[in-house]
Design a protein around this ligand. Structure first.
Ligand code: HEC
Ligand code: HEC
Ligand code: HEC
Ligand code: HEC
Ligand code: HEC
Ligand code: HEC
Ligand code: HEC
Ligand code: HEC
Ligand code: HEC
Ligand code: HEC
Ligand code: HEC
Ligand code: HEC
Ligand code: HEC
Length: 465
């Protein structure tokens, strides 16, 4: 290299306060190095015969046509900005002779803390810092040897982690070092904080909400990344698949029920449906329901929804208008009788129950009611114990229900959700296009009715047959 006018201006070795910034030990190091430079630099001519005669003693290393490129980058290293070249390049002997620097990382840790103090060290940061850093300066902050962090990291790592269509803000813009310590960390994967604490550094309120409720979804406790990719994913919110595919990874049974049941439930069967009723994170309602169960169900069943050719009862209205709620509903649930995800029986019922007004008597057909009620109630023609619906010891349930062909199903008399009458006796029954009235009245020992089926009748349990 020809150095006709090498100029070094001592006054440019800037040790000003702003330069030191975050570097903990720089103050001490720079000060002592600078003291050494001051000694070794005066005067240049004293370096001996090899020094070019034309070197301007007033010039710095980067002025007078020499080494200007060292300072040409927008973001300069502290000591470079301050022209403290000799903080690193120490002249050998009296020549303008600077040996190739070989004591990295020792050179760097003269002024900076060691980067490999923690349990997990990023392999490249163990040795040559200059794999990633330019010692003088760079286009970008951090003196990186690339245009940005993405380019730097992906010079060694697969960029597949950012190929998902839906990208996480900080990863997408290449702020890798917000989450990863590029040098070393006590955490696996060089993470800056353990587990969900990392996510909470930016999503504090969200993480608190999701993890402090009465019921927290197990994988959320384990870590947000059990479901969300921190970089990118093929589905919105950086999820690995559709909601159903995601849930199916751990809840195959429910997803199978939702997709393959003979009687499907619309919201569970559709993709994205699982989160119509459940929150994936945490909830005060079991099991992770978005609202208390009854409110949840009538949240949609607040109008006559269509199922096939039928219009379903507006359950919200029915429950509001009829204050005598059937036991299980009163106790807070619809799933005492219904499957939420899909089932094998009429109307998603958990057990068989006839779909029609008349049905041949088979106790199995009424398995639903008989899981909670006396299964023998319609079996014996005469009884004094099995039911209160009797005239003397004549079992009126047997009389109406227990027939080889046209037995009346329970719906002929009972409203199964809610009613205004005691014993859930209906006001009227849909019979073809006609709303058949029942006109039921209860008495102390029995009751009477005058339905559209026959003339007024009474039953009286105290009667001696
Ligand atoms: C923080 C330490 C440090 C400071 C301060 C520093 N350099 Fe360097 N410089 C290096 C390292 C490391 C290399 C590359 C080592 C090698 O390959 O020999 C280098 C290389 C060089 C080279 C060789 C060509 C090149 O760019 O690789 C020149 C010329 C140079 N520096 C000039 C300067 C000048 C001029 C200054 C002051 C404005 C300066 N340096 C400040 C560390 C430093
Ligand atoms: C003579 C002391 C000194 C030496 C030797 C030194 N540095 Fe620095 N370094 C500094 C100062 C001063 C700063 C500026 C601190 C600030 O702005 O917060 C700095 C800042 C940095 C920064 C942060 C830049 C930014 O944009 O935030 C990096 C990265 C860095 N040094 C890397 C290195 C590497 C790599 C080496 C070894 C090749 C090294 N340093 C050697 C003094 C030194
Ligand atoms: C794998 C690449 C890589 C290696 C190797 C590496 N660094 Fe860094 N370093 C980075 C990145 C990325 C940043 C963060 C830049 C930012 O956040 O703007 C950084 C930041 C720094 C900083 C600024 C302060 C801080 O900690 O954020 C210093 C000082 C530093 N590195 C010194 C070193 C030293 C000394 C070595 C060698 C022991 C080294 N680095 C090796 C990538 C690396
Ligand atoms: C010079 C090559 C190189 C560069 C540049 C580099 N890395 Fe690495 N990184 C490695 C090697 C080698 C490993 C250890 C092997 C492995 O686990 O893949 C590693 C490991 C990692 C790990 C831990 C992986 C694990 O499974 O435990 C993370 C996280 C990581 N690097 C992030 C980064 C980030 C962020 C950047 C950019 C700031 C970066 N790396 C830049 C070479 C590099
Ligand atoms: C929002 C925080 C965050 C950001 C930003 C981020 N990462 Fe990660 N990264 C993580 C977490 C968390 C893991 C661990 C994932 C796990 O354990 O499943 C990880 C894992 C990794 C791994 C290990 C391989 C793997 O997939 O498990 C590499 C490599 C990596 N990140 C590189 C990068 C690079 C490169 C960038 C910048 C483009 C980046 N990360 C940005 C949080 C982040
Ligand atoms: C450095 C800050 C930061 C960290 C750390 C961080 N995020 Fe984010 N996150 C953001 C930003 C910024 C957005 C985009 C802005 C928005 O949509 O609210 C975002 C968006 C998201 C979204 C998508 C929201 C939507 O509605 O599309 C999810 C999911 C998410 N982050 C999860 C995580 C998880 C999981 C972690 C921990 C591994 C994490 N974040 C860590 C900053 C961060
Ligand atoms: C069991 C898988 C799973 C886990 C674990 C998980 N999420 Fe989610 N997250 C989802 C699903 C699924 C959605 C989309 C919800 C929807 O479509 O209604 C979502 C949505 C989000 C959103 C978008 C806003 C919202 O509330 O819908 C953010 C932000 C978010 N999650 C952050 C987190 C954070 C932070 C954690 C860890 C505390 C976490 N998630 C843990 C599955 C999960
Ligand atoms: C990574 C595995 C995993 C994924 C993915 C997952 N879960 Fe879970 N889920 C669990 C574990 C573990 C439990 C607790 C043990 C159990 O009840 O099976 C649980 C429990 C539940 C519970 C019952 C909670 C209770 O209080 O009994 C519901 C509801 C639930 N998950 C819904 C979902 C939904 C909806 C999705 C999709 C958005 C989903 N889960 C995705 C693992 C997962
Ligand atoms: C997100 C809206 C929504 C919620 C919440 C909801 N349903 Fe439904 N339900 C529907 C729709 C729409 C139909 C119409 C038929 C279909 O699409 O399966 C339906 C149909 C039904 C049927 C008749 C099924 C048939 O085909 O005969 C029953 C019974 C039922 N729901 C009970 C419930 C119960 C019990 C709950 C609470 C656990 C509930 N629903 C919550 C939307 C909902
Ligand atoms: C219409 C509302 C609704 C939809 C949609 C829904 N669930 Fe549920 N889920 C419930 C209710 C209500 C329960 C409580 C069942 C009970 O108590 O018998 C439940 C219970 C669960 C449980 C706890 C174990 C069990 O079976 O009782 C899991 C796991 C679960 N659901 C996963 C899912 C998955 C996965 C999807 C999507 C395929 C989904 N749910 C869709 C309402 C729903
Ligand atoms: C004691 C058992 C039981 C409980 C508890 C129950 N149901 Fe039903 N549900 C039934 C039976 C039986 C049918 C069929 C009625 C019929 O066709 O006569 C039915 C039918 C339905 C239908 C279809 C109505 C129609 O017009 O055909 C809907 C919607 C429904 N139930 C919603 C609910 C909701 C919402 C809850 C909770 C508030 C609930 N059920 C609680 C037993 C029950
Ligand atoms: C999940 C359990 C369960 C199922 C299934 C069930 N019931 Fe009930 N039923 C109850 C409870 C609990 C009561 C309230 C008993 C009380 O208040 O003493 C009740 C009360 C009744 C009553 C009123 C009794 C009285 O003394 O006032 C009638 C009538 C009735 N159920 C009919 C039926 C019919 C018809 C079916 C089938 C369609 C059925 N139940 C299915 C639990 C159930
Ligand atoms: C013809 C109308 C009628 C039919 C059909 C009918 N019930 Fe009843 N049921 C009644 C009457 C009336 C009472 C009230 C008896 C009393 O306490 O005075 C009653 C009472 C009940 C009770 C309260 C306990 C008891 O036995 O006294 C239950 C439970 C019950 N019925 C279940 C059923 C079931 C299950 C079916 C279908 C298998 C059914 N009922 C069919 C009229 C009927």
């Amino acid at each position: 290299m020809s150095l006709p006018t090498l100029r070094i201006r001592r006054s440019r070795i800037n040790l000003g306060g702003a330069v030191f910034g975050r570097v903990t030990r720089a103050t001490v190091c720079l000060a002592s190095l600078a003291a050494a430079s001051l000694l070794s630099l005066t005067p240049l001519a004293a370096w001996g015969a090899a020094a070019p005669a034309t070197i301007d003693p007033e010039a710095s290393c980067t002025t007078g046509g020499c080494h200007a490129d060292t300072k040409a980058k927008p973001k300069l290293h502290g000591p470079v900005a301050g022209d403290a070249c000799q903080g690193c390049h120490e002249p050998k002997g009296k020549e303008h002779n600077f040996a190739k620097i070989s004591d990295i990382p020792a050179l760097c840790t003269k002024c900076h803390d060691k980067v490999d103090g923690a349990a997990n060290v990023h392999p490249p940061a163990q040795g040559d810092c200059l794999v990633c850093h330019d010692p003088h300066g760079s286009k970008v902050a951090g003196m990186l040897k690339a245009d940005d962090q993405k380019a730097l990291c992906f010079s060694c790592h697969e960029d597949a982690i950012l190929k998902g269509e839906y990208q996480h803000g900080p990863a997408a813009v290449g702020a890798c070092s917000v989450c990863h310590n590029p040098h070393s960390s006590a955490q696996e994967k060089l993470l800056r904080s353990p587990g969900n604490e990392l996510c909470a550094t930016c999503h504090a309120d969200l993480v608190k909400d999701m993890t402090s409720g009465a019921n927290v979804h197990e994988p959320v406790r384990k870590g947000c990344v059990s479901c969300h990719n921190p970089h990118s994913g093929p589905k919105p919110k950086m999820l690995p698949g559709s909601t159903q595919e995601l849930c199916a990874k751990c809840h195959e049974k429910q997803v199978k029920a939702a997709k393959e049941s003979a009687v499907p439930h619309g919201p569970a069967a559709e993709d994205g449906g699982c989160t119509k009723c459940h929150t994936p994170h945490g909830s005060n309602n079991r099991p992770l329901l978005k609202a208390a169960q009854t409110d949840l169900c009538v949240g949609c069943h607040d109008k006559p929804l269509e199922a096939g050719k039928t219009k379903l009862t507006n359950m919200k209205q029915l429950l509001a208008d009829n204050k005598e709620w059937h036991g299980p509903i009163r106790d807070g649930g619809c799933t005492g009788c219904h499957e939420a995800h899909g089932g094998a029986n009429f109307r998603l019922l958990k057990q068989p129950y006839p779909a029609t007004f008349y049905s041949a008597y088979q106790p199995d057909n009424y398995a639903l009611c008989f899981t909670c009620h006396e299964p023998m109630m319609a079996k014996e023609e005469f009884t004094k114990t099995l039911t209160g619906f009797r005239d003397g010891d004549r079992n009126m349930h047997f009389l109406h229900v227990n027939k080889a062909d046209r037995g009346r199903t329970c719906r002929a008399c009972h409203e199964v959700h809610a009613s205004t009458h005691p014993r859930h006796i209906r006001e009227s029954v849909p019979y073809g296009n006609w709303s058949l009235p029942i006109n039921f009245a209860i008495t102390e020992q029995g009751g009477s009715c005058q339905p559209g089926c026959h003339a007024a009748k009474t039953y009286d349990r105290s009667k001696k047959n």
